[in-house]
Design a protein around this ligand. Sequence first.
Ligand code: ATP
Ligand code: MG
Length: 427
Amino acid sequence: MSDTIQPIRGMNDVLPEDSAAWQQLERVARETFAEYGYREVRLPLLERTELFKRSIGEFTDIVEKEMYTFEDRGGDSVTLRPEATASIVRACISNGLLHNQRQKVWCMGPMFRYERPQKGRYRQFHQIDVEALGYPGPDVDAEIILISSRIWRRLGLSGLQLNLNSLGTPESRRDYRARLVGYFQAHLAELDDDSRRRLDGNPLRILDSKNPAMAPVIAGAPLLTDHLDPESATHFAALRSHLDAAGIRYVLNPRLVRGLDYYSRTVFEWVTTDLGSQDAVCSGGRYDGLIAQLGGEPAPAIGWALGEERIVELMRLQKLAVADDRPEVYVVLAGAAAEALGLELAERLRDALPGLRVETNCGGGSFKSQLKRADRSGARYAVIVGENEAARRVAALKPLREEAGQREVALAAVGEELKQVLRPAAA
Ligand code: ATP
Ligand code: MG
């Protein structure tokens, strides 16, 4: 016997039992984006490595140690996308979509990061991503936050908190950066190795450290929000008043810097206390310099990404109702004559009741075993056709979830009967 092949660590299968929640999240997101005038883009999973190095930044966790990078057969260095923003900007530039135009777009799909797998942190995970390119804000900053908030509301999620900060412009950050380096140099002994390494490359990233031992020294660091340039301060105040007017609550978090290099001004993160240390479910920010940095004409932009695994887990923990995807009707067919009728009968039922979920017993089996399958399928009704019924052109309609007896119905009337019992409002 040969050994079975194991899946790759940190990469999950989504099984039939779980896919309804995923579909619900994705359906709600799609519908919400459409309601705000955002349109879908579908992009390659593989890009030139250079794209991520130039956008995400050399001194980030992602580029330093998390990318799936390899040489393809032609000798080019390619990388499985670790996030979507860089690809979206690349796609907008390479397709000329920002030439005298602005874009409101979204996409969803798998991302890849070589992280240490644990609950809520995987090596292949899925994001839903939304971006508004060419918009200076702060109106659009508020709009994309409203989109996220509406998605939580439509899913029925509760207990999410919005953390908000402004990083100012790269120029104003330069002053602050010098102050911060001065502070950390004075506290060199308290820094861990990662942070020491970042002191030269990107000291702001030290504020993002997840090492609890670093918390006290970070708590004493000077605050970026105390050194905002006037225009960023005005932008930030206007965003806050848009959010206030919309009734969106937020917590100002002056230490929120986010893990990527390209952010400027608005940054935010939705967090929950229900998921342990993997507490961020959706994060984003403004990246006014990125389009130019990747070779496009300078244009401001903002976006966010949510982690589907974490949202689906929250939906499960909060026991949110998920649309049932199990069959409603199971067609039991005993004997050759009935089997010959079966597929056609099921097709007629689907014609009569669009959207009706009908499972036909395929592959035969005894009457008893078919009824067992019908029961296990979750269906509410079994439609039973045996030799005898087939000869008389009737079927037996058997309720599976209540103590009612079965009754006989003419084959031609089964659709109408099922409509009465399963879709009374529409009948
Ligand atoms: P974290 O701080 O948890 O590492 P991040 O700042 O790296 O998150 P982003 O790059 O902003 O995350 O990605 C947006 C969202 O994608 C996160 O808020 C999170 O919900 C999800 N996410 C990020 N990395 C992973 C992962 N390895 N596994 C599952 N979900 C992830
Ligand atoms: Mg991360």
